[in-house]
Design a protein around this ligand. Structure first.
Ligand code: SF4
Length: 303
């Protein structure tokens, strides 16, 4: 943990840019609340990768509002295609192969989120004279086995070149879902409305790894988009969800008490056939920072 905070201290003192990847979801929001406590605003940037019509309504606006309230620059990263375009294209060139992205080949994440965000970060750094960056993401260990194994702090070799040092950082990796909501409430903020409507996660309305509950909630609040996905599943002959069950089937299971409990289990955990990982016992970033600052030699001042 101290290596993580030692590196963070070094980057803050070096005037590095800290990029907040903000989906509009609760984890991004809590991460931003924590980062504002330790990183000077002039070194912060909020980026939202827009997913267009497949994204929950208001996600972009929610991220933008938090950035504006904090006085932090906000930019939108836009992909040249949408998830629907990606599926249509794949079906047109390879009708014999699955048309949808999968958990093992998440082309949707790389092409619609990671790629556009990295492009905007490079542009922003160049335009504003930054040579070091910590790319901050709100992924948490408690979400899935795969995420539990991720490094909290890592140099990103692919994006580091002469004159540009790039690090990937997961500032709230050790927090539970309850702690995330508690941080948001303690800051006097509200999470995106979809959580109050029953969602567990927020990003694409119909994610390839979503829980049945989120899919059912997505269908309830986005009937036109639901119809579009169902039509696309039927036309391509492939299911979009990693469980390989059709969207209609998943939504009806989750809305039906005949399959108790199904709707509350995140599908990535189900598919991995492993127990949910134990949450790392780790206090929020600001608390760790305060403790760390008690013995570190030099500390940046936030403004
Ligand atoms: S939210 Fe799900 S479907 Fe959407 S880009 Fe991410 S992994 Fe893909």
């Amino acid at each position: 943990m101290n290596q993580e905070l030692t590196e963070v201290t070094r980057l803050i003192n070096d005037g590095a840019l800290f990029v907040i990847n903000h989906s509009g979801g609760k984890d991004s929001q809590a991460m931003m609340i924590e980062l504002l406590k330790i990183v000077p605003k002039k070194q912060l940037l909020v980026i939202h990768a827009t997913l267009g019509e497949v994204e929950w309504e208001g996600a972009l606006e929610h991220a933008k509002f938090q950035a504006e309230q904090a006085g932090v620059p906000f930019i939108v990263a836009e992909a040249v295609k949408t998830l629907i375009d990606m599926v249509e294209h794949r079906f047109s060139v390879r009708p014999d192969a699955p048309s949808w992205p999968s958990a093992s080949n998440r082309q949707c994440t790389s092409d619609l989120k990671r790629g556009p965000i990295e492009r905007e970060v490079r542009r922003y750094m160049k335009a504003n004279g930054f040579t070091k960056v910590a790319n901050c993401m709100g992924l948490r260990a408690a979400e899935s086995h795969g995420r539990a194994k991720l490094a909290v702090w890592k140099r990103n070799e692919r994006n580091s070149i002469a004159g540009r040092d790039w690090y990937d950082w997961l500032p709230i990796h050790g927090l539970s879902t309850a702690e995330v909501f508690a941080l948001i409430a303690a800051a006097g903020q509200q999470p995106h409305w979809a959580y109050a409507a029953g969602n567990e996660r927020l990003s694409c309305v119909f994610c390839i790894m979503a829980s049945g509950r989120d899919l059912a909630n997505g269908a309830k609040h986005n009937p036109v988009l639901f119809k579009k996905y169902v039509e696309l599943e039927q036309r391509t002959g492939y299911t979009m969800h990693m469980s390989r069950k059709s969207l209609v089937e998943l939504v009806s299971y989750a809305s039906n008490d005949a399959v108790p409990g199904y709707e509350t289990e995140p599908c990535d955990l189900l598919a991995a056939s492993k127990p949910a990982p134990l949450r790392q016992s780790m206090p929020p970033l600001a608390d760790r920072w305060e403790r760390f600052s008690g013995w570190a030699h030099s500390f940046p001042r936030t403004s």
